[in-house]
Design a protein around this ligand. Sequence first.
Ligand code: GAR
Length: 196
Amino acid sequence: TKRVALLISGGGSNMVSLAQSMTGDHPARPALVVSNRPNAGGLAKAEEMGIDTALVDHRPFGQDRAAFERDLNRTLEQVDPDIICMAGFMRVLTPVFIDRWAGRMLNIHPSLLPKYRGLHTHARALEAGDAEHGCSVHEVTAELDGGPLLGQARIKVEDKDTPETLAARVLEWEHKLYPAVLRRFAEGDRSLLLMP
Ligand code: GAR
C-alpha cells in the first residue's frame, strides 16, 4: 500500500475528497496531513477522518525558505510518503525541496494549464473573456505550476459568472479530477486524463 502525504493551507476540501477516495481496493492510503497554517480548516477535517496531522508553520522562519523546508522534510520523512499531494498548499517550494521528492509530488491548480499559472486564476480567465476554464493536476517540478500534466477538467464559462461562481464550479470538478488522477498515479499510470 502506498502512503500519501497531503499538504494543505486552507479549507482542505480537495484533501477530504482525496482522503475519502483512498478506501477499498485503492492502492494508497492517507498517511499524514500537513498544514503550514495553524488555522487551516482542513486540519480539523483530517482529525475527524482519523488521519494524523502536523503543523509546520512557515511564519517563524520569515524569508528563510530553506529552514521552513528542512522542517517540512523532517515531518514528511517520519511517514516516508510514496506520494505527496499538494491540495490548496499556498507556499512556493524551492528546487531543493522539490528534488528531494522528485517524481512523487502532485499538485492541483485551478486553471487549464499552461494558462494562468500563479494566483487569481478565475478572475484572469474572466478578464480574458475565455469561453472555457477548469482545473489541472500536474506533477510538481521546479517550474511553478509547470510540471507534466496528468489530468484536466474543463467547464464552460457563463455570461453571468463571477470569479466566485466560477471558482465554485471548478472546485466541484477538482473533487472529481484529483482523486481520479491520484488513483491512476498510484497504479503507475502517468498518462493524461481528460474530464468530463
Ligand atoms: C483549490 O481551488 C485549489 O485548486 C487552489 O486552492 C483551492 C484550495 O481549496 N490551489 C491553488 O490555487 C494553488 N496555487 P481546498 O483547500 O478546499 O482544497
